[in-house]
Design a protein around this ligand. Structure first.
Ligand code: AMP
Ligand code: MG
Length: 431
């Protein structure tokens, strides 16, 4: 039985990131959650020109070394317009946030610190404070210089990154394709969501969990349906899955029961098995295998002329075990294959104060589901973890609703008492 860390390392070693040949061009409107194939470089300095950070007056600071200077207002510069003449000694220009700083000006005074005197002949302004050179001015190139990398290759595009690309007028994005993920549910007892249930049958809920998970990961789910526990059916389904997908997720059939064929079939087909059992609860039976490009060719399953391996995850059938396996092991694998930069691959962990006592699971790490919140009871703040109420049992799907984190009681630890600190894995990325 492998430790969680060993299993993770072996899994990541099977994953080959997408590269140049997996690139596609898309319009920026379709960029959400996609991974950049190459860096976006700044097309120009940002800001593009010296501009005002305030509504107020552009001035020459040397005219306003002391409070009370009176300046002649010679211009008005709203955002989006070009200023007129350069400021001379004793002159100011009305300016608004984002407005281009007139030549000659080196500072902006916010309007709250001015008094305007409007006479029939001229308009002037009294500056009520002393002014420092550079105040309230956003200088050209302060944020970044033309040519600098503003979004690195491997970045996942969210709202902020898309705004940056848009501001740079990068309307077409060069991104990596999304991994295709086949989803198989094995088990004679399974029926689909719309079929009447006979005694002993259960609904294939894993299919829906896994489709949603794969979509959330920015990958393309390919649901292949239910496969009965017959060896030839399992073989045919696995052959189809590995011929079409980059990654295969199957659930069920990886325990030690008489009808658990997944591992045997993977071996028979020549998959290199890297993981069989992991010291984790729930989710101990986990079979992970890789079919190399050569093996796929040998099996006659490289119909698309792929030159890359397929990674196969045989997850346990129990709904909670299957999802915990996805969150802990499949997510980093998918992020790696998707071409995410190395700092975006590992799961994210936080330390939290547990509100209830958490029990260990002997020689396995125990992953307990629940919710993270702000720790309002401690002076230091930080997170608190509230374990889901009810059974923490791998078949109990019901109390999994609303889960935001998995608290980890390490192997060998008997209990973590209420009020003590526990490591919690986030099941969705921050940002
Ligand atoms: P297995 O890993 O095949 O021994 O299945 C373990 C348990 O998970 C059994 O009680 C199954 O009924 C349940 N199970 C298996 N596959 C699914 C599925 N696709 N959806 C929901 N429950 C499942
Ligand atoms: Mg089964």
């Amino acid at each position: 039985m492998l430790s969680v860390a060993e299993a993770e390392a072996r899994i990541l070693a099977l994953c080959v990131p997408f590269s140049g040949g997996d690139r596609e061009e898309i319009p920026i409107t379709e960029g959400r959650s996609r991974i950049l194939a190459k860096a976006v470089l700044a097309a120009r300095d940002v800001p593009h020109w010296d501009n005002s950070a305030m509504d107020g007056f552009a001035v020459r600071s040397r005219d306003c070394q002391e409070s009370g200077a009176e300046l002649k207002v010679i211009d008005e510069v709203p955002a989006g317009e070009n200023p007129g003449e350069a400021l001379q000694a004793g002159q100011a220009a009305r300016i608004f946030t984002g407005g281009v700083l007139p030549r000659g000006a080196d500072a902006v005074v916010m309007q709250e610190e001015t008094e305007v005197e409007d006479s029939a002949v001229a308009k002037s302004v009294v500056i009520k404070t002393a002014v420092k050179s550079g105040q309230f001015v956003r200088r050209r190139g302060d944020y970044c210089r033309a040519g600098a990398s503003i979004l690195a290759a491997g970045t996942r595009l969210g709202p902020a990154e898309l705004a940056i690309a848009a501001a740079n007028q990068t309307a077409q994005l060069s991104v990596l394709r999304r991994p295709k993920v086949a989803i198989l549910s094995t088990g004679n007892e399974l029926v689909s969501v719309d079929q009447p249930l006979q005694p002993g049958q259960i609904v294939d809920s894993n299919r829906y969990a896994l489709i949603a998970f794969v979509e959330q990961m920015g990958a393309i789910p390919m649901p292949l349906g239910i496969v009965g526990d017959r060896r030839e059916d399992v073989t045919a389904a696995i052959r189809q899955a590995i011929s079409e997908a980059d990654v295969v997720l199957s659930t069920g059939g990886v325990s030690v029961g008489d009808y658990d064929y997944v591992e045997a079939v993977l071996e028979e087909l020549g998959g290199a098995i890297a993981v069989r059992k992991v010291a984790v609860k729930p989710g101990k039976p986990l079979t992970v295998a890789q079919f190399s490009a050569g093996k796929l060719r040998h099996l006659g399953l490289d119909s698309q002329g792929r030159d890359r391996p397929v990674v196969y995850f045989g997850l346990p059938g129990n709904p909670v075990s299957a999802l915990v396996g996805c969150w802990r092991f499949v997510a980093p694998a998918l992020r790696t294959i998707s071409g995410r930069s190395p700092d975006g691959i590992a799961p994210q962990f936080v330390m939290a104060t547990t509100r209830s006592t958490l029990r260990g699971a002997g020689t396995r790490d125990n992953y307990l589901w629940g919710r993270l919140g702000l720790d309002t009871e401690s002076d230091q703040g930080g997170f608190s973890f509230q374990g889901a109420t009810g059974h923490h049992n791998s078949a109990n799907l019901i109390n999994l609703a609303g889960t935001t984190g998995l608290a980890i009681v390490p192997a060998g630890t008997k209990t973590i008492q209420a009020g003590e600190s526990v490591q919690v894995m986030l099941i969705q990325e921050l940002g």
